[in-house]
Design a protein around this ligand. Structure first.
Ligand SMILES: NC(=O)c1ccc[n+]([C@@H]2O[C@H](COP(=O)([O-])OP(=O)(O)OC[C@H]3O[C@@H](n4cnc5c(N)ncnc54)[C@H](O)[C@@H]3O)[C@@H](O)[C@H]2O)c1
Length: 316
């Protein structure tokens, strides 16, 4: 299969590329390297089945893919992960968020439509639900996003459905909850809590919690997310939005203690003021993941954290 992965030099994307190359696919990674880096694909850089293109999806995919097309290559599947991924940043820069997450998504769909791609898989987010009353949350819950990021992901979902129904482009939408694993960048102010905690623990620095630490999240290991993405890619027909989580909520306080345990360090866990507008509980109902794709998240939190801790101890 010829697969185009937008955002393939990023955290989740690089794990998708690992899996696709392992199974023998030919992979085109299109990334502007704004948060991703080629080093995330380090072990494959000499693999002739990996093709790297530095480009911005908002400018369209036809020019970046022209060289491949000149060789007669046609893309079978598209995994669309390129995005501005921070809810907090989207509040500060809504127009930048709309440009990448809406305009960029439509550019990807236009390419898929004109080139008759057989499947587009779209990374949506639990952010489409907003502060929902029903937790754990099924896909049928009301959708009332509370950030430009959430609104833009929901808009992307509508475009996926519309292109499937009107233009016959088969699409699948996955709503990721809190994804974690090796290569998640801890350095940005918008980083996820697990990458920050594991990085601080590895440096012997105390951990900090906003509020009382009782807020819960559904942390799903990146390998389980890749399973869902690949299952969608291999499903010829369109599928409706599907939650990707574990179905288990973990409090931030428990997360902090587990990170310290797995890292084998004894450090302070400091509590600070709560963050305004932070959602208290976020947990997925994962029945549809099982029903539609026969999948459930397999990696327990302590095991996934151990993978990160091991990767942080690797030299270089
Ligand atoms: N990590 C999570 O917990 C989570 C949760 C829900 C949804 N998602 C979604 O999953 C996808 C991947 O997220 P991630 O956590 O791997 O983040 P990431 O920042 O590591 O990956 C995003 C990639 O997209 C690239 N990119 C950004 N703008 C681009 C543009 N205009 N053109 C080309 N490339 C561009 C970045 O350089 C980066 O490599 C995103 O769509 C994100 O919204 C992630």
């Amino acid at each position: 299969m010829n697969v185009l992965v937008t955002g393939g030099a990023g955290f989740i994307g690089s794990h998708v590329v690992d899996r696709l190359l392992e199974r023998g696919d030919e992979v085109w990674v299109l990334d502007d390297l704004s948060t991703g880096k080629w080093a995330n694909l380090g072990e494959h850089l000499a693999n002739p089945k990996l093709h790297r293109i530095q480009a911005d999806i908002t400018e369209g995919l036809f020019a970046p893919m022209a060289a491949a097309e000149a060789l007669g290559i046609t893309v079978d599947g598209v995994v669309h992960l390129a995005a501005l991924v921070s809810v907090v940043r989207s509040m500060d820069e809504p127009l930048a968020d709309v440009r990448t997450n809406v305009r960029g998504t439509v550019q990807v769909l236009e390419y898929a439509r004109r080139r008759a791609a057989k499947k587009v898989v779209f990374a949506s987010s639990a952010a489409v639900y907003g502060d929902v009353a029903t937790v754990p949350t099924p896909e049928g819950a009301p959708l009332a996003p509370l950030s430009p990021y959430g609104v833009d992901k929901l808009t992307g979902e509508h475009f996926m459905r519309m292109y499937a129904e009107v233009h016959g482009v088969p699409t699948s939408v996955l709503r990721f909850f809190n994804v974690y694993g090796p290569r998640q960048d801890p350095s940005s102010p918008y980083s996820g809590v697990i990458s920050i905690f594991t990085n601080r623990a590895s440096r012997g620095q105390p951990l900090g919690i906003y509020g009382d630490g009782g807020q819960t999240r559904d942390f799903v290991y990146v390998g389980d997310v890749v399973n869902a993405i690949v299952a969608c890619l291999d499903t010829p027909e369109s599928t409706p939005p599907t939650n990707v989580g574990t179905g288990q909520g973990t409090s931030i306080e428990t997360l902090a203690r587990t990170v310290l345990e797995v890292s084998e360090v004894d450090l302070a866990v400091n509590k600070g003021p709560a963050r305004a507008g932070e959602i208290r509980r976020s947990v997925a109902v994962v029945d549809q993941l099982k029903e539609r794709f026969g999948l459930c998240a397999e990696v327990p939190l302590a095991q996934g954290l151990a993978e990160i801790v091991a990767s942080l101890r690797e030299p270089g």
